[in-house]
Design a binder for this molecule. Structure first.
Ligand SMILES: Cc1cc2nc3c(=O)[nH]c(=O)nc-3n(C[C@H](O)[C@H](O)[C@H](O)COP(=O)(O)OP(=O)(O)OC[C@H]3O[C@@H](n4cnc5c(N)ncnc54)[C@H](O)[C@@H]3O)c2cc1C
Length: 379
């Protein structure tokens, strides 16, 4: 029995249309089904190629801002675990994370996070060098201590979407229409590029950030920005990384640490600062290590990925993991939509016609938060 089985059948007999088969659209489809609806799911590509399949698959609680954002992340983590109970291919693992610390200043940032009242909710522990090695023996690099977050987890992003669709098809109330591009909406309907009108009691637009035509115009004047990240994956690693890994630079970019990091840490060197580089690393179930990332804001025309920033990230990974870090096998970039970080919203939601709502903008926390955002959509 999961929370999905216990949901009130408030949409029984209704029809829901979801556009976009990334994680946000997929979880919107899943919740509509769990509430009893029939679902039609439109996706412009044969299989989704957006931010979801390009991400680390980190269900990241440690860095979330205290208050509503942390509460949403903790709720989402519960929902991820529940989804994996009936779709194990999602690959949910409660592996926790280690942020490996290499300076007095980074240690001070960690200590301040440990002193906050929500440190226990995040499962924070400061581990000595020996305790880090006990928890994650594959780390053969150089670091002093580690901040462990027991609530961080991981999933297999590239596998999860297809596995969830397969499960939804089995309900007999789900239809996936690939190769259908949304080109317009009117009240209670989505219109695709073939001119088909998909009528519904409710239409959800979860189209992500890589947009053109009608969908690009939909968000043109909204408080959203696009952020591009560079990523890489290694050949299979000979050992097992038992936790996700981050370095102290990650403190600069996550709201739970950012103010202290800004006050206490030395500036990054020019290139690292320009690309807002941090190290995050997650081992895939097939063995390779997903590593990243950089952050470039609002450069929609950019098509090439610069080599040197990724070289810096690989150096940072080698520093912590050691010389047995495997060679890089592939590189890619990805783009997410982020609601104005200066505002108080955690994500963007807007009615665009009667019975038609657009949802996007969860930014670098979208994989983590999507199930909880979808749950909120039906409350
Ligand atoms: C490199 C990278 C790493 C990240 N790492 C993490 C992480 O580890 N943890 C975390 O919590 N978050 C992470 N994020 C953020 C997270 O991946 C995103 O917030 C999330 O995947 C957004 O999901 P989405 O469904 O809104 O968008 P997408 O996954 O981009 O899906 C949108 C879908 O809509 C489809 N679509 C677009 N236009 C149309 C149209 N007109 N008609 C029909 N279909 C359309 C697209 O083809 C696409 O399949 C990362 C993001 C990136 C880019």
């Amino acid at each position: 029995m999961t929370v999905f089985d216990e949901l009130e059948q408030s949409l029984a007999g209704q029809r829901t249309v979801v556009v976009g088969a990334g994680i946000l659209g997929t979880t919107h489809a899943l919740f509509a089904l769990a509430r009893g609806a029939h679902v039609v799911h439109l996706e412009r590509d044969a299989t989704p190629r957006g931010a979801t399949v390009r991400n680390f698959g980190l269900i990241w609680v440690s860095g979330r801002a205290s208050g509503p954002e942390l509460a949403l992340a903790l709720r989402a983590r519960v929902l991820w675990e529940e989804m994996a109970a009936f779709v194990p291919e999602v690959g949910f693992r409660a592996n926790g994370s280690l942020t490996l610390i290499n300076s007095e200043e980074e240690l001070l940032v960690a200590r301040r996070a440990l002193a906050r009242s929500d440190a226990d909710a995040r499962g924070f522990e400061l581990l000595s060098h020996t305790e880090v090695l006990r928890r994650n023996p594959a780390l053969k690099g150089s670091f002093e201590v580690g901040l462990f977050c027991g609530r961080d987890a991981a999933v297999e992003s590239r596998v999860a979407l297809g596995a969830l669709r397969h499960w939804m098809t089995g309900t007999g109330r789900y239809q996936y229409l690939a190769g259908r591009e949304l080109v317009g909406v009117s009240d209670y309907e989505a219109i695709d590029h073939r001119g088909d009108h998909h009528r519904a009691d409710h239409v959800w637009l979860c189209v992500g950030a890589t947009l053109s035509g009608f969908c690009a115009e939909l968000f043109e004047h909204e408080p959203l920005r696009r952020v591009r990240l560079n990523m890489a994956e290694t050949e299979p690693f000979e050992s097992t990384l038992t936790t996700s890994i981050a370095n102290g630079d990650s403190f600069r970019y996550y709201p739970n640490f950012r103010d202290d990091a800004t006050a206490l840490l030395k500036e990054q060197e020019t290139l690292a600062q320009r690309y807002a580089i941090q190290l995050l690393c997650q081992q895939r179930l097939h063995g390779g290590l997903t590593i990243g990332d950089t952050h470039e804001v609002d450069e929609p025309g950019l098509f090439e990925t610069a080599d040197r920033p990724m070289d810096l990230i690989v150096e940072a990974a080698r520093l912590l993991i050691g010389d047995h870090l495997p060679a890089i096998e592939r590189r890619w970039s990805g783009v997410y939509h982020q609601v104005d970080p200066a505002g108080s919203e955690i994500y963007f939601r807007k009615g665009v016609a009667a019975g038609v709502t657009a949802v996007t903008g969860a930014g670098g926390r979208g994989m983590t938060l999507s199930p909880a955002i979808a749950e909120e959509s039906y409350q």
